[in-house]
Design a protein around this ligand. Structure first.
Ligand code: 3PG
Length: 213
């Protein structure tokens, strides 16, 4: 799958909702109710990070939830990409980008949202054919003002910023012309998952889904 087609798919994901939940699932039993709760709240695009032992099983289970579009996050290696695809992930997210990970996305035909922060990193991915990127770690590298500045010389590249984003600051990103959506873990707090408080998660999702952009 070409980088152009991957970015086209990623732009399409952003059209579904302003926020992509970034999920760390430690208990496989949480996967399906969590996905149902987020989809019910209006956030159908779900990024399951490959940071827990059950992440791949969680992706497989959540992929059966009606209305959800489940992808894999924290893709660091070609092996991660292969495993994500095999588990049923519809897209992949990487905190950065390496040649081998980019090649794996093309080989596995899995749309990738690769990470970039500096103008040179953005230019390298744009040169390769990507025009929809992750901006990570958003808050730590300068937040919305930094992303807005990159949009000056490189307006044709759009972003999904993640890292330190919450309901309180999401708007500062979503109001930028080069931001199509943002990612964040705040919509699925650990405590709510542990307590099985899926209604609380649905209402956090509702608030996030209603963010204007
Ligand atoms: C990630 O990939 O870990 C995201 O950037 C999540 O960041 P957050 O937990 O600060 O929302």
């Amino acid at each position: 799958m070409t980088p152009q087609d991957q970015s086209k798919f990623a732009r399409g994901l952003a059209a579904h909702a302003p926020i992509i939940p970034v999920l760390v699932i430690e208990d496989l039993a949480h996967a399906v109710p969590l996905a149902r709760a987020l989809v019910a709240g209006g956030l159908p695009v779900l990024e399951v990070t490959l940071r827990s032992a059950c992440a791949l099983d969680a992706i497989a289970a959540m992929s059966e939830v009606e209305g959800g579009i489940v992808g894999a996050g924290t893709i660091l290696t070609p092996a991660d990409m292969k495993a994500a695809k095999a588990a049923g992930a519809r897209f992949a997210v990487s905190p950065g980008a390496t040649d081998r990970v980019l090649a794996a996305a093309e080989d596995e035909a899995l749309p990738l949202l690769p990470g970039a922060v500096t103008a040179s990193e953005v230019m390298a991915l744009y040169e390769r054919g990507y025009d929809m990127l992750k901006f990570f770690p958003a808050e730590a590298v300068g937040g919305a003002p930094a992303l807005k500045s990159i949009g000056g010389p490189i307006p044709q590249v759009a972003f999904c910023p993640t890292g330190g984003i919450s309901l309180a600051n999401a708007q500062s990103y979503l109001s930028l012309s080069n931001v199509l959506c943002a990612g964040g873990s705040w919509v699925a707090p650990k405590a709510a998952m542990a307590a099985g408080d899926w209604e609380a998660i649905t209402s956090l999702a509702r608030e996030a889904a209603a963010l204007p952009r």
